[in-house]
Design a protein. Structure first.
Length: 195
């Protein structure tokens, strides 16, 4: 993340996203595929690291193999296979949604994962119960733990969509867009920008 100043001198925290150039690798239509969509790809990889199927798929678009391929069903405008899509389709001030995979936190207890308070005070015979979940079910009826009970487990590493993030600045010459606020994922991870 970084920050920029607006025309009023206010400091705006924002995230820098490299968003292009992306190549249209396939155009899906109703007659052949059953739905309309555009498939675009980003981030070149060398030919030796690509499979033959991938190399052939990108050869149709006259492009080098790419690392990330995404389909967009709701696309404004007409694109052909091999066209390049850049950050110039975004405008400063408009709002976008950013989809990514959140940071993985590993196996966590209920205090960190769900915000439980634990047993609380360590007096009155409590021993090693400060961060324990407490009771998890009823007695002999229903004699089981209900599905969805909040317990310890793996946290993070899920698909997250941040909605209504404002585009602060578009740097078309560098293929970079600055978005107000934070986006999911670690540094260098892939995200999808939806208009």
């Amino acid at each position: 993340m970084t920050s920029v100043y607006d025309e009023n001198g206010k400091n705006i925290p924002c995230t820098v996203i490299e968003a292009g150039p992306c190549v249209v690798t396939q155009v899906r239509n109703e007659e052949v595929d059953g739905y309309n969509a555009y498939q675009i790809a980003f981030d070149d990889i060398s030919e030796k690291h690509a499979t033959k199927g991938t190399t052939g798929h990108f050869a149709k678009a006259k492009s080098a193999p790419k690392r990330k391929v995404v389909e967009f069903r709701d696309w404004e405008g007409e694109q052909a296979v091999g066209d390049t899509v850049g950050v110039d389709i975004l405008e400063e001030g408009e709002f976008v949604d950013v989809v990514g995979t959140s940071k993985g936190k590993g196996f966590q207890g209920v205090v960190k994962r769900h915000g439980f308070a634990g047993v609380g005070d360590a007096t009155h015979g409590q021993h090693n119960r400060l961060r324990a979940p407490g009771s998890i079910g009823a007695c002999s009826t229903p004699a089981r733990v209900f599905k969805g009970t909040r317990m310890a487990g793996r946290m993070g590493g899920q698909r997250v969509k941040m909605i209504n993030l404002q585009v602060v600045k578009v740097l078309a010459d560098k293929n970079v867009v600055l978005v107000k606020g934070a986006v999911p994922g670690t540094k260098g991870s892939y995200v999808i920008i939806e208009k």
